[in-house]
Design a protein around this ligand. Structure first.
Ligand code: F0G
Length: 465
């Protein structure tokens, strides 16, 4: 049954065009591979009406938007309950907004992290937990938009290459929207927990004998040969949805920008989306100052770090990726140019962290009672490095973007706590740092005495290890 939704501000229209990030060509349509017909670069979505609306007072426009978005939190219509479509003025317009495929994505919590703040030495640290989305990762915020446009365009099949989370999300939104879905994942290199989601949501799941980059290459060829709609973050509708993370974050912070936002980097769609959102918020007069957006990668999957250090951000330095943070095991990131642009525009940093640093940070986030998957923990590990380098000052405000839920990769967590993750490959100091964070399960006889003894031992100051 169609619902009527609340308050439509006159502030801005979401009529949109595609613009090539390379040659700047603007058009009404995108090819099936979402690449520029002239120069093959990626496309982004832009809103020509925004410039025209600038004639009106930007302050009034910003106030209209803020109050409309706030009011919609009281509405019970499906698109207002979505933490993505609630911000529809900054999204491409569907022909019928009520036709959005939504699982009530977005609306994710901003958590205080007092223990991690103490560990890093900053007075206050908060985490925006995108792992609290319906399928357990930030991908849902982009998928609701892109899957809705796939259905509107009349496609029967959608497809993606994935390190696991995109496929879980795509499978869910396709199923909800009555679409078939095809998943291409690297065999043996994604978490079973993520794969199980695609299976349950009835995708056709192909485990290919290659890495993520190989899966994505194949998908790009497939969409030019078969009537399949591609739902990777090359698809600019995905990035528009993922922008809402930043709008929702700023709303949660009463539109007071933090000094730093720190995000993991893999295929670099999410950092690009968050950066685009920050720049748009400033353009729309919603904020007057830009936070610095920093991207953190695993040392073994550090294409962006090397692209900036070795090529000044001018050409991609791709790598043979290897990391236990499998979500970001990507060596040839598709959105590298967009990411370089937002890093430069916001004056952010790009850093890499080791496997031991990731494991330690993940355990520290877990000990807050929050938890996240390994790829998300690079943010805390990266913050420690950025503080040491003086890029982040101790008195500055920092938001970490946690991208995936703890339950996304239980094998990693269990191996960590049972000391099976590194199998003796760590240096002494790395090993010592991790020891006190381990809480392995103990097998006991089912007696009261045994349990009480364990309780007493756990209460000793030096009980860990
Ligand atoms: N964190 C998690 C949990 C992810 O799943 C991903 C990417 C990232 C961070 C990196 O985001 O690619 O936009 O830079 N996962 C993709 C996938 C590639 O297929 O699920 P990015």
């Amino acid at each position: 049954m169609p619902h009527s939704s609340t308050s439509e501000p006159r502030a801005c229209q979401s009529e949109f065009r595609f613009r090539c990030i390379g040659c700047g060509d603007v058009g009404d349509r995108a090819a099936q591979d979402f690449r520029c017909g002239r120069c093959q670069d990626l496309l982004e979505i832009m809103y020509p009406q925004w410039g025209k609306a600038a004639a009106r007072s930007s302050a009034t426009r910003a106030d209209d938007l803020k109050s409309a978005w706030k009011q919609r939190r009281l509405s019970s219509s499906a698109i207002d309950l979505s933490g993505v479509w609630r911000f529809r003025e900054i999204l491409p317009a569907l022909e019928n907004a009520e036709q959005a495929i939504t699982l009530r994505e977005g609306n994710t919590p901003l958590y205080e992290m007092p223990q991690c703040a103490r560990i890093t030495g900053v007075p206050r640290l908060v985490a925006k937990h995108q792992g609290m989305n319906p399928t357990g990762s930030f991908k849902d915020t982009g998928m609701t938009v892109a899957a809705s446009f796939a259905r509107q365009a009349g496609f029967r099949w959608v497809a993606c290459a994935s390190t696991g989370n995109t496929s879980a999300s795509m499978a869910a939104y396709a199923a909800r929207g009555g679409l078939r879905s095809l998943v291409l994942v690297p065999e043996g290199k994604i978490s079973w927990s993520k794969l199980s989601q695609a299976l349950d949501y009835s995708s056709v799941t192909c485990q290919l004998r290659t890495d993520f980059d190989g899966c994505l290459r194949l998908l790009q060829e497939l969409v030019l040969r078969a009537p399949v709609y591609q739902l990777n973050s090359i698809n600019p509708f995905r990035l528009e949805g993922q922008k809402t993370l930043a709008f929702e974050l700023l709303e949660q912070l009463d539109w007071q920008p933090p000094d730093h936002v720190i995000v993991p980097g893999g295929n670099l769609g999410n950092s690009s989306a968050i950066g685009k959102a920050l720049l748009e918020m400033r353009e729309l007069g919603l904020i007057s100052r830009l936070p610095k957006l920093s991207v953190i990668q695993a040392e073994g999957a550090n294409a962006l770090v090397r692209t900036l250090r070795e090529a000044g951000g001018k050409r991609l330095v791709s790598v043979e990726a290897e990391t236990r943070a499998t979500a970001i095991r990507i060596g040839n990131p598709a959105s590298w140019k967009k990411a370089v642009h937002v890093l430069e525009a916001t004056a952010g940093a790009c850093e890499q962290v080791s496997e031991a640093e990731i494991a330690q940070a993940k355990a520290e986030i877990g000990a807050e009672g929050i938890g996240c998957e390994p790829a998300s923990a690079v943010t805390l590990a990266g913050l420690k490095k950025l503080l040491k380098q003086g890029f982040v000052k101790p008195e500055e405000s920092v938001v970490l973007v946690l991208t995936g839920n703890l339950l996304k990769d239980p094998d990693y967590t269990i191996e960590f706590h049972r000391d099976g993750l590194f199998q003796g490959t760590l240096h002494g100091s790395e090993s010592a740092a991790l020891k006190s964070l381990r809480h392995p399960p103990v097998v006991l006889d089912a007696t009261l005495d045994a349990v009480i003894r364990t309780l007493e031992q756990a209460d000793q100051p030096d009980s860990h290890g």
